[in-house]
Design a protein around this ligand. Sequence first.
Ligand SMILES: [Zn+2]
Ligand SMILES: [Zn+2]
Length: 285
Amino acid sequence: MSARKHSREGTFPPAPEPLPVAVPDSHTHLDITLEDDGQGGPATVADAVSAASAAGVDRLVQVGCDVESSRWGVEVAAEHPAVVATVALHPNDAARLADLDGALREIERLAAHPRVRGIGETGLDYFRTGEDGRKAQHESFRAHIAIAKRYGKTLVIHDRDAHDDVLAVLDEEGAPDQVVMHCFSGDESFARECLDRGYLLSFAGTVTFGNAAHLRRAAAITPLDGLLVETDAPFLTPTPYRGRPNASYLVPLTVRALADVTGHDLDALCAAISANGDRAFGSWR
Ligand SMILES: [Zn+2]
Ligand SMILES: [Zn+2]
């Protein structure tokens, strides 16, 4: 998600009961979350990290959406052992850039940094970008796939209303070794398509939403070694706080919902999510 600043209402929710085994938040936007600091949320990266850690969320993946946020994420990851970064041009931003090639060169330069563990979020978004932006989106997506493969980094996919085309482009280009479907938004059959290809499915607060039975069915068929969890903070705050600002310390709400849906024991689920996070994004420390 990106480019939806100032759409949250109200204050940050209270901290939930901590998780029994610490997990990573596989996808967060600290830069945007910190803009909401007047709402009782974290005021600094250190605050966000310590609030998350107290809730049993001991590692964060800071996700870049443009050159500026990608550069910022690399700096933060270099400074904070609990944070690693991904760098990319978001598909909706890619469609609007005057100099896509120049921006891609800068993303490629950042990709070499050892604290950069992923290339993303990239992919396709047919919800916010119309026909006129699709050519640039596809060109950018293919370029990001190539960068991920050149640098041996995990590809972090943003897919909104574009399931078939995302898979078609990945199949055609050849996917990198590790692919994460961020904020997984498909149904059971799309989940199977992704799992058959070895992709990890990262579930966000959307899995707790009342209208998301298809996501819960998708989660229920995902094996333990295919699951990740994320906030996409400050967006997509889980039930019962939907609409309020989100942050990594709220991950336990989504993990507990996933435990209910999948029937997995909470400790085993957390341990699997932790191991999958390390597999996708390397060791944090
Ligand atoms: Zn996204
Ligand atoms: Zn995002």
